[in-house]
Design a binder for this molecule. Structure first.
Ligand code: ATP
Length: 233
């Protein structure tokens, strides 16, 4: 589904992604893991056209990044992007107006499931609630590809569990793909089909989680420690 061919992205003298070539299969939940600054967010941003490669090409379903690919991607950025003065309902109405695949029933169900209220004003709710509101907007669409950049970052354990439950709640395996960047490897280990470890802008290891665990007789956390032996995670 996603194909990167010799992709390099630099910011001045910093090489964020270094000649990356990879095929990311369709219909799976894929973890993009790695220490701070390894290039995870840069990779996701390139898939929605926020960052452009200096070299190389990216294809999604055989198409270059553009209006067509953006129509079936739901992207949850790491930053707090919601307008603080809006209510959750106003934020939802705003997002809804951009996308044909908005699913009002799903939105209503998720509001309940996430214990949110449409009348809540974004600036008045806690960080965890804002994280849940971002997730609500991303998952109220029937998008074919969902990109989640650090959805668990800085969130307490109970809210993290709720976010993970939401990710897998309506997930249509085989038909939908979810890419998730995170440092919370323990928490996501159970839901990942595939994993891509990034180290200093390069792919350090990738594969099917079950197979990697079986081959190495180790958990994903242990495999990660092995991959990044001399680095701070
Ligand atoms: N807009 C930018 N301008 C300058 N440098 C940038 C920019 N975006 C990313 N970088 C640099 O590119 C490298 C990769 O950054 P990126 O945000 O992709 O890492 P990451 O793996 O997502 O890190 P984290 O886990 O901390 O979010 C880092 O060295 C970062 O400082």
């Amino acid at each position: 589904m996603i194909e990167l061919k010799g992709v390099t992205k630099t910011f001045g003298s910093t090489i964020a992604l270094d000649n990356v070539s990879i095929n990311i299969p369709e219909g799976k939940i894929i973890g993009i893991l790695g220490p701070n600054g390894s290039g995870k967010s840069t990779l996701l941003k390139m898939l929605v056209g926020l960052n452009k490669p200096n070299h190389g090409n990216i294809f999604i379903n055989g198409q270059q990044i553009g209006v067509q690919t953006k129509s079936f991607i739901s992207y949850l950025p790491e930053i707090d992007y919601l307008y603080p003065w809006m209510t959750i309902q106003q934020a939802a109405d705003f997002v809804k107006s951009f996308y044909e695949d908005w699913d009002e029933n799903k939105y209503k169900e998720l509001v309940e499931f996430l214990e949110l209220q449409p009348s809540m004003v974004i600036k008045k709710v806690s960080k965890g609630m804002r994280a849940k509101a971002k997730l609500l907007l991303s998952f109220s669409r029937n998008a074919k590809l969902i990109l989640l950049d650090e959805p668990l970052s800085g969130i307490d354990i109970l809210t993290r569990d709720k976010i993970i439950e939401t990710i897998i709640r309506d997930y249509r395996a085989g038909d939908q793909s979810i890419l998730i960047t995170t440092h919370e490897v323990r928490e996501v280990e159970g839901i990942l089909d595939e994993v891509i470890f990034i180290r200093r802008g390069q792919i350090a290891l990738e594969g099917n989680v079950e197979e990697l665990r079986y081959q190495r007789q180790a958990s994903l956390v242990e495999i990660m420690k092995e991959v990044y032996t001399h680095e701070t995670i």
